[in-house]
Design a protein around this ligand. Structure first.
Ligand code: IPE
Ligand code: IPE
Ligand code: MG
Length: 233
């Protein structure tokens, strides 16, 4: 019997979708939607930390999002950079540790510096780890890990799940227990492909900027009623 208690997830991952639609519905620019979306991250991240969650991962920018119009990409990175810089002290006071999942490729050096500084600033905190998936692609992550196995000279016979896992961005972080996606879409969009192998999925039509503590509680409640079997009986 491998049935596991499901009521308290260790790792929640969120595909924050619907910022654009939220803005358009209000006659605002898409960037205003992203701005409102960042507020929802602050609110829900604090809530999860207070609930005692160990790991929360938020999908902020995918490797595929580079195909968006340059003005949106530029504006989004500006907002993200400002938000990381402004929020790191408050997150630190809440004992939250910040961790970046993604690649440096194509990002402005200033943004890379801001993220690395936020990681450094909060590294010794013992509360929730807040992972920011930014310039993140699940396939890219696995390819990078495969490359690292070769670079590290790991012999074919020694390659196993543990060896590969330890070379992912999420090394040392448990698999995703609960994956939340907002705005009615029901797909992974290249997010945490390896780590979601046995995740429970929760989809809601709520647009990300409207997602709040109460919506998070609904997702947690749904999760608590799931029965996880991990292939067993
Ligand atoms: C999610 O909102 C945020 C990012 C992908 C950066 P969208 O920008 O995808 O919003 P919609 O899907 O167009 O409504
Ligand atoms: C996924 O949302 C990426 C992020 C939330 C950062 P998208 O809006 O980019 O996903 P698709 O294109 O609808 O699959
Ligand atoms: Mg979208």
């Amino acid at each position: 019997m491998t049935e596991k208690k499901t009521n308290s997830p260790r790792h929640i991952a969120v595909i924050m979708d619907g910022n654009g639609r939220w803005a358009v519905q209000r006659g605002l620019s898409r960037l205003e939607g992203h701005r409102a979306g960042l507020k929802a991250v602050q609110d829900t991240a604090r809530h999860l930390n207070h609930l005692g969650l160990e790991y929360a991962t938020f999908y902020a920018f995918s490797t595929e999002n580079w195909t968006r119009p340059p003005t949106e990409v530029k504006g989004l990175f500006k907002l993200l950079g400002e938000s990381i810089d402004n929020e790191k002290r408050a997150l630190h006071e809440d004992n939250i540790r910040i961790k970046w999942l993604g690649q440096e490729d194509r990002l402005a050096s200033r943004l890379i510096k801001d993220i690395r500084e936020a990681e450094e600033y909060t590294r010794n905190n013992t509360g929730m780890t807040l992972c920011l998936a930014l310039n993140y692609g699940g396939r890219q992550e696995i390819v990078n890990a495969a490359r690292a196995l070769v670079t590290d000279g790991i012999k074919t016979k020694d390659i196993n799940e543990k060896q590969l896992e330890s070379r992912l961005y999420t090394s040392g972080i448990p698999d995703v227990d609960l994956l939340i996606r907002t705005a009615g879409e029901q797909r992974l969009s290249n997010f945490l492909l390896w780590q979601c192998a046995y995740a429970e999925f929760y989809f809601t039509p709520i647009l990300w900027p409207d997602f709040n503590r109460a919506e998070m509680d609904k997702a947690l409640h749904a999760y608590a009623s799931r029965q996880r079997r991990f292939g067993g009986l």
